[in-house]
Design a protein around this ligand. Sequence first.
Ligand SMILES: Nc1ncnc2c1ncn2[C@@H]1O[C@H](COP(=O)(O)OP(=O)(O)OP(=O)(O)O)[C@@H](O)[C@H]1O
Length: 334
Amino acid sequence: MSAVIEIAGLRKTFHTLRQGRRVAVDGFDMLVEAGQVHGFLGPNGSGKTTTLRALLGLVRADSGRMRVLGADSPERLPEVAGRVGAIVESPQFFGNFTAHRTLRLLAVAGGVPTGRVDEVLEQVGLRERGEERVKGYSLGMKQRLAVASALLKNPELLILDEPANGLDPAGIREMRDLTRSLAASGVTVLLSSHILAEIQLICDHVTIVSRGRRVAYGRVDEVLAGFDQHQWQVRVAEPERAAQLLGRAGLSVTGQAEHLVVTGVENPETISRTLGEQGLWVRELIPLRPDLESVFLELTGGHGPVAVPRQVDGAPAHDGVIDLDVSDGREVDA
Ligand SMILES: Nc1ncnc2c1ncn2[C@@H]1O[C@H](COP(=O)(O)OP(=O)(O)OP(=O)(O)O)[C@@H](O)[C@H]1O
């Protein structure tokens, strides 16, 4: 597999007048390989957007090495820019333009054949609504339009920063289906999010960041397996007696209101045999596997994800198409 994104030792510090120096990303590493749907997971303020902005040359890193599709970033980014589609922060569109016109303008500006417009509208499921004005679009439709604009160049790599942010459950599902179908068509996807369930549903690989540092990475199932304590939930008629028997057999048991939890047992037969031999029959034996949420909370020190809705198009309609608007005016660069 070839590396599509390589980041080593990235550091980025912001200096603000009010808060002084703030280290947003510190010694951060990431590897995304071709064909992956890679989740970039971290609590609010952990450095995801800063990392993506640095990777795309939108903010200057203090130090570290970055490569996109083999090209050093930011120096040689222009050489591969045509193969990368990105939505970082809030793209804004002319409310009075139709989606079709918006994309046609972007295609012309980007030197892409305008015939591609219908294709990308089809790809994101907006073909039927392409002649409607964008201001009448739902947030989910605007988000899909943003993805369509990123797809114009037929990119090999798609970078989506919080694509499900602010969407309702139906919008989240649409984005999920879209991401999956893009991945199935061979596009490598890097998806940043603090919505754990989304990452678990869509991504095959994950990088977890906390306070600007990578705290876990790899295949989602392997990351989860690393946190598997081999726990089992056990229901029996006499839980107290069962706990004593299991304890005497050297197993670690904790009592819950309705059931026991046995930890550190790879083979559940150990539990059923220990109890069965004493005439206690197991009614229920359920493996307790870690999910991304428990792993995330453990790794990020209990800083659970907080969903902060963010609009795709800002508030008022603008008299100008702003494609990838990443400037938020907060930065006083180092
Ligand atoms: N332009 C800026 N000026 C000053 N500080 C900034 C700037 N951009 C980010 N930061 C700070 O850097 C840290 C990382 O922010 P960043 O936006 O990268 O986090 P994030 O993981 O993308 O968060 P979220 O999930 O909320 O989008 C935060 O403490 C943030 O306040």
